[in-house]
Structure formats: structure tokens, C-alpha cells
Design a protein around this ligand. Structure first.
Ligand code: ATP
Ligand code: MG
Length: 355
């Protein structure tokens, strides 16, 4: 154990498919950094997954949230299986954790690394470095609604979006504070020209918070134009704040701009730290490449770095992201999704050697 450093208890949920390959890789990097920074990290591993669902009928035990509550952070691989409908893995694990632990911030950093070609022309390495801040617990993804007149000419479906002052205020406040800390600008995604109740409400709350952060330059942009600019000029963004649906779409688009979905990390944060936060690569279980040892562990390793940052170890976190950048810029070692032939373990070893 380190001298005077608190112990951090980490819950590992590798999940399914390549989740079970990238989480051990991330853990190896964490252990190597922990030695250098005298951090004391202890882990418990949970087999909660679609595999468990197929075996026992549930993604996680009934008291799963109570169990996780005792940890300082959760590191998740991916859950998903061709044999299990997506809504089972979502509603059986991810959404209960996000909502139960009030992880209302979904943070997705985007970087174009030197040595990783972006599919976007003009996305120069180093120039693209921004963060999508997605509202993670309310908005468009709710349960209110229904379908009528199934199969009839008059069939219809209704889905309500719910935006609360509390919910919008706290995500917008988080985004302004983050932009202030980065010394950057804030872009708010809206669509108040077409969505005439919830989006004007969102815009009003953004404007209210702007008054409290006079040092942060900000503007709002309609989601359609904003999506186009993510592709045409990604270097102009710094912090982008968006509702649950808009943020979901923007962050996947941004991951594609960065060159591979295997790179992208995510944090589901409970900023008040009443509950543990959860860190996970953006990618899924990737059944098409699972079991071959060739998954890109970068997204999981970067997610682990975000976890250390959240736990108060910014220097250790930067050490990891610097090693990732150095591995890509100065060595040819990379996994097949980035055009290389290295295994998960070989890329992980390279990152560790550059820490
Ligand atoms: P799930 O249902 O779990 O979301 P999916 O197949 O729908 O799985 P992903 O797992 O994200 O979605 O996979 C999308 C594509 O990207 C697949 O072809 C997969 O092989 C590839 N991919 C995803 N993550 C990685 C990674 N870490 N390394 C290499 N390739 C990856
Ligand atoms: Mg998927």
C-alpha cells in the first residue's frame, strides 16, 4: 500500500465478449501506474453479463446496486450478446446503475491521436481534442408513452421526453464548470426551431447559467448543423453539452471522427460523489472479434485513466493518456482496427513500457 494514499476499492464488471479481454488489459495498466504513483487499488470482479442472464435469468443479482454502492468506482467492459435482446442488457444492468447511482453526466472525450488516421479530412492530430457532455438520466429516453391501434390504419406511437429544471441545470452547470476549468468554449446542442417545448426550456437554462460563468464563451447550435460541423470542422469544439438523445448521437459520431470506436472512452459520473461513478469504453461486446485476443484495449485503458482522474489522481491519469499517445505516435504497435497486427496484450505491453 502507498504511504498516506487512501485505498480505492474498484468493482470490475468485464461483461461479455471483448469486455472480458479489454478489462484485464486496463487492469494491468492500472497496476503498473499504481506502483509508480504509490496508489493502493483493490479490485473485486463481478460476472454480471448477458452470459449470466442466459445462465441465471438476470444480468445481475437483485441486490446488485447495494453491492456496488460500497465501491469507489466501477470499471465496466461491455455487455451484449447476439442471443440476448439489447433492452435486456440495457435495462438489466446499464440503466439501473446509471439511474440508481444518479450518474447524470456522461463524459466522452474525443481526440485525434498522432498515428491514427481520422476518416475526416483536415482533422489534424493534436488539433481535435474536445469533450461531449451528455445528459445521462432523463430527456428523450424515458418510459412514458405507448402504442395504439396496432396494425390498423390509425396506428400511432407516442413517446414523451421529460426535461426537469433540476436535471437540465445540473448538466449545464457541469459543462460550464468544465469549460471554465479547460479555459475553453461551450457549445450547447439544441433544436428549438423544431422541438418547441423542451428545447427552448433547455436553451433558457443554458442562458441562465452562462450569466454565472462570464469567462466562458458559449453559443448554441441546432443539432443538424452541429452534426455537420463535427465532420467538417471538428477542431473548433472544446466542450459540447447535449441532451440524452443528442449527446448519444454526437458522441458516437465523434468517436468515428477519432478513427475507431475501439479508442473511445466514457465516464458515467455522479459528480456529488454520493454514489460510485462508472467508467466504460464506448464500444460494445464485438462478438465478431471476441475470443481472438485482438480487441483494441485503448478505450478501456483510457476509461481507466478517467477513473483515476475522478478518484483525485490527475497526474496518474495523464501518465496513462500520455503513454497511449506515445504508443501511437512513436511505435507501429496497434491492433487490427487501427490497421496493425498487434494483439490486445502486445499493445497493452507497449503502453505499460511507455508509462
Ligand atoms: P453490442 O451489441 O455489444 O453493442 P455491437 O457489435 O453492436 O456489440 P460493437 O461491439 O461496438 O457493437 O462493435 C461494432 C464494430 O466495431 C464491430 O465490428 C467490432 O468488431 C468493432 N469494434 C468494437 N470495439 C472494438 C475494439 N475495442 N477493438 C476492435 N474492434 C472493435
Ligand atoms: Mg451495439
Amino acid at each position: 500500500a502507498g504511504h498516506g494514499t487512501p485505498d480505492h476499492r474498484i468493482a470490475l464488471i468485464p461483461g461479455d465478449g471483448i469486455g472480458t479481454e479489454v478489462i484485464p488489459a486496463a487492469r494491468r495498466v492500472l497496476d503498473a501506474v499504481a506502483v509508480r504513483h504509490r496508489l493502493s487499488l483493490t479490485y473485486d470482479t463481478f460476472d454480471w453479463s448477458c452470459a449470466r442472464y442466459l445462465r441465471d435469468g438476470a444480468m445481475m443479482p437483485e441486490d446488485g446496486l447495494e453491492t456496488l454502492r460500497g465501491y469507489d468506482a466501477i470499471l465496466l467492459g461491455a455487455v451484449g450478446s447476439p442471443e440476448v435482446p439489447d433492452h435486456v442488457s440495457l435495462w438489466g444492468l446499464l440503466i439501473p446503475i446509471r439511474r440508481g447511482f444518479q450518474q447524470y453526466v456522461n463524459l466522452r472525450p474525443v481526440r485525434v491521436f498522432e498515428g491514427v488516421p481520422s476518416p475526416v479530412r483536415g482533422a489534424e492530430p493534436g488539433a481535435v481534442d474536445f469533450v461531449v457532455v451528455r445528459e445521462n438520466v432523463e430527456g428523450e429516453y424515458g418510459e412514458i408513452g405507448g402504442r395504439l391501434n396496432r396494425g390498423l390504419p390509425g396506428e400511432l406511437a407516442v413517446q414523451e421526453a421529460v426535461f426537469t429544471r433540476t436535471g437540465v441545470s445540473r448538466i449545464v452547470d457541469y459543462a460550464f464548470t468544465l469549460a471554465g476549468r479547460r479555459g475553453g468554449t461551450l457549445t450547447s446542442a439544441t433544436k428549438s426551431n423544431g422541438i418547441i417545448h423542451t428545447m427552448p426550456f433547455w436553451d433558457e437554462i443554458v442562458a441562465e447559467h452562462a450569466a454565472g460563468h462570464p469567462q466562458v464563451a458559449w453559443h448554441q447550435e441546432h443539432i443538424d448543423a452541429l452534426a455537420a460541423k463535427f465532420v467538417l470542422d471538428p477542431a473548433r469544439f472544446d466542450v459540447v453539452v447535449a441532451s440524452n438523445l443528442f449527446g448519444d448521437i454526437l458522441s458516437d459520431l465523434a468517436a468515428a471522427v477519432a478513427g475507431s470506436i475501439g479508442i473511445a472512452p466514457a465516464a458515467n459520473l455522479n459528480p456529488e460523489r454520493v454514489f460510485p461513478s462508472m467508467f466504460e469504453p464506448v464500444h460494445g461486446s464485438a462478438p465478431d472479434i471476441a475470443g481472438r485476443g485482438i480487441a483494441n484495449p485503448l478505450g478501456a485503458i483510457w476509461s481507466a485513466a478517467m477513473m483515476l482522474d475522478h478518484l483525485g489522481h490527475a497526474a496518474a491519469a495523464t501518465r496513462i493518456t500520455d503513454a497511449i499517445a506515445a504508443a501511437l505516435a512513436t511505435t507501429p504497435v496497434r491492433t487490427p482496427d487501427l490497421g496493425g497486427s498487434a494483439t490486445t496484450d502486445a499493445f497493452t505491453d507497449t503502453v505499460i513500457s511507455l508509462l
